[in-house]
Design a protein around this ligand. Structure first.
Ligand code: COA
Ligand code: MG
Length: 301
């Protein structure tokens, strides 16, 4: 199993309730790498038929996909009667990917993979083109099965985790400590999600920061996430997008250091290890330096 990661991960996924004309209109001009047209928790059940049509129309309007912003759709969980109609409605619009919530194990991702193959064939879309992002920690059982996602389907772009639905699943009254930090259970879920992603060459995408007026708190959490290994984060409000993009762009110091690492290797030509500032530098540092420069290039673009 390969543990290498993509050089060009999506930094910010913005949730947009698919039944909101205003929010869909606003989202188009935003600098999020991906929009998530939501058919699940942000949409009332009575509005769902209308939201499906709105999501499909929105996708159809930007079918050429030359735009920078990818378009993803969050469907309802596979163990509800809503998920199949959700998929059937939006697949003609050729979404870049599907967000799969409230999973128990990789069995559902594999089932979704098969459904997507059928629908791609119906729509004349290249087989395997539609990616999957799993919301991997929203059920109690999922904490014991995250390993099952490793190698489960080549469609899986990555996994994100959820603290709100997990709290509901565990019967918890809160997921935060008095100082605002997550309770240990949720940090465990986050860490397991990160490790499973790295084990399977999937992108770990950090969860939402619900307090959308607190942009300093968001920046601190996003930066901590990037330094821990996450490659992107989910947003729920337009104001969060620029903050997340900034947190996931390397700093000037990191870029300078990455260039020095690459220069040091170039200077010794072919050696697997060099000394820099009195410290040993080897292959993991070179790989990391290349990732930093690729991220910087993307942030500039
Ligand atoms: N996407 C696109 N536009 C959004 C948006 C979003 N997620 N959230 C807010 N906006 C728009 C508003 O419509 C408003 O634009 P307008 O002035 O043209 O109407 C503008 O941004 C400012 O919004 P604001 O007044 O600050 O927030 P709000 O009170 O309207 O909305 C939320 C707050 C939380 C309800 C809203 O941000 C939202 O719906 N977020 C997504 C929730 C979601 O999808 N949850 C599921 C995943 S956890
Ligand atoms: Mg939810």
């Amino acid at each position: 199993m390969s543990e290498t990661r993509t050089m060009d991960p999506l930094r910010c996924f913005l949730f947009v309730p698919a039944d909101s004309e205003r929010k869909l209109a606003k989202a188009e001009g935003l600098d999020a790498d991906a929009l998530i047209l939501d058919l699940e928790d942000s949409v009332n059940q009575e509005n769902l038929p209308k939201a499906r049509v709105m999501a499909r129309d929105y996708l159809a309007q930007s079918r050429d996909r030359t735009r920078k912003q990818q378009l993803w759709v969050r469907i309802n969980p596979l163990d509800t009667d809503f998920s199949l109609p959700d998929l059937a409605a939006v697949m003609p619009g050729r979404p870049d990917g599907i967000i799969l919530p409230k999973t128990y194990s990789a069995a559902e991702a594999i089932k979704l993979d098969h459904m997507l193959s059928a629908l791609e064939t119906r729509e004349g879309v290249a087989l395997g083109q539609t990616k999957i992002l799993v919301v991997a920690t929203e059920t109690a059982r999922s904490l014991f099965t995250l390993d099952s996602f490793v190698g489960a389907s080549p469609r899986i772009y990555g996994m994100t985790w959820g603290a709100e639905d997990l709290a509901a699943a565990l019967g918890a009254f809160t997921n935060r400590k008095a100082d605002g930090a997550y309770e240990d259970v949720y940090m465990l879920a986050r860490t397991l999600c990160l490790a499973a992603c790295k084990a399977g060459a999937m992108e770990p995408v950090d969860s939402v920061y619900p307090n959308f007026r607190d942009l300093d708190g968001l920046f601190a959490e996003a930066l901590q996430g990037r330094k821990t290994g996450f490659t992107g984060k989910v947003a729920i409000h337009p104001d969060q997008v620029a903050v997340i993009n900034k947190a996931f762009a390397p700093t000037a110091d990191e870029i300078t250091f990455a260039k020095r690492v690459i220069a040091a290797f170039d200077a010794v030509g072919g050696s697997g290890t060099v000394g820099l500032d009195g410290k040993m530098i080897d292959m993991p540092h070179l790989k990391q330096a290349r990732i930093v420069l690729a991220m910087a290039e993307r942030a500039d673009a």
